[in-house]
Design a protein around this ligand. Structure first.
Ligand SMILES: C[S@@+](CC[C@H](N)C(=O)[O-])C[C@H]1O[C@@H](n2cnc3c(N)ncnc32)[C@H](O)[C@@H]1O
Length: 210
């Protein structure tokens, strides 16, 4: 499963303020193999607020397998991710919006998702590489943010499957081994990091061998 993780696919949640939405997005991230997600905490809260019951229940424990990195503000996070080589696609209706299926998700990609009330800010949408929309023909003007995230992430999964990106590990062997240790021994891993020691090797059955 680790060999199918996609370090070049991620989401940035900009002040998504309902814990069940954030949890559902993280659960979808896990399903498509997102390695780590990003979030700007809601103005009147912190990401710690998402560590309660709703988060656990809705994420189906996915939050244990997808780390959510906090950022101070959306524009700063967009620029940081672009600096790391990601194209940032803002889910935002604007003059330059295109159908989300027109984009190439085999490229390093971050999907920027907006707050339930305000959506993505104009500043963050301008800073993004493209603005994308899921075409809608109903009376209601927008989808639930977790539904929009799932639609786009599964399009990314479809394209990446076709390109064979789930067939070969996208993580470097050392990163894969480190993550295997962290997942198998979540209590031990921090102790090794605190002591500045390398993780021990694991055998086929996941037992520590050295
Ligand atoms: C409920 S919507 C926000 C509505 C907000 N009033 C606005 O005007 O943008 C919450 C988020 O879901 C995502 N979303 C909802 N409908 C979408 C669509 N049709 N295409 C792309 N993203 C969508 C976007 O990330 C959006 O910021």
């Amino acid at each position: 499963m680790l060999s199918k993780r996609q370090p070049t696919l991620t989401v940035l949640m900009d002040e998504v303020n309902k814990p069940h939405n954030l949890s559902a997005i993280v659960r979808t991230c896990d399903a498509v193999g997102v390695l780590e997600a990003h979030a700007v905490p809601p103005r009147h809260g912190t990401l710690a607020a998402f560590e309660g019951h709703t988060y656990d229940a809705t994420s189906g424990s996915a939050h244990k397998w997808v780390r959510v990195n906090p950022h101070a503000d959306a524009v700063g996070a967009v620029r940081e991710l672009q600096g790391r080589g990601f194209q940032v696609l803002a889910t935002h209706l604007s003059q330059r919006s295109v159908d989300y299926r027109e984009l190439d998700y085999t490229r390093p990609t971050c999907v920027l998702l907006g707050a339930e009330k305000w959506g993505v800010s104009d500043e963050a949408a301008d800073a993004a590489d493209a603005n994308i929309v899921i075409p809608m023909y109903g009376m209601v003007q927008s989808l639930n943010v977790s539904v929009a995230a799932a639609s786009i992430l599964f399009e990314a999964q479809r394209q990446r499957l076709a390109a064979g990106m789930y067939g070969t590990p996208q993580l470097a062997p050392e990163a894969l081994e480190a993550l295997a240790f962290e997942w198998a021994y979540p209590d031990l891993a921090p102790l090794y990091r605190e002591r500045g020691e390398a993780y021990p090797a694991l055998d086929e059955a996941g037992r520590i061998v050295s």
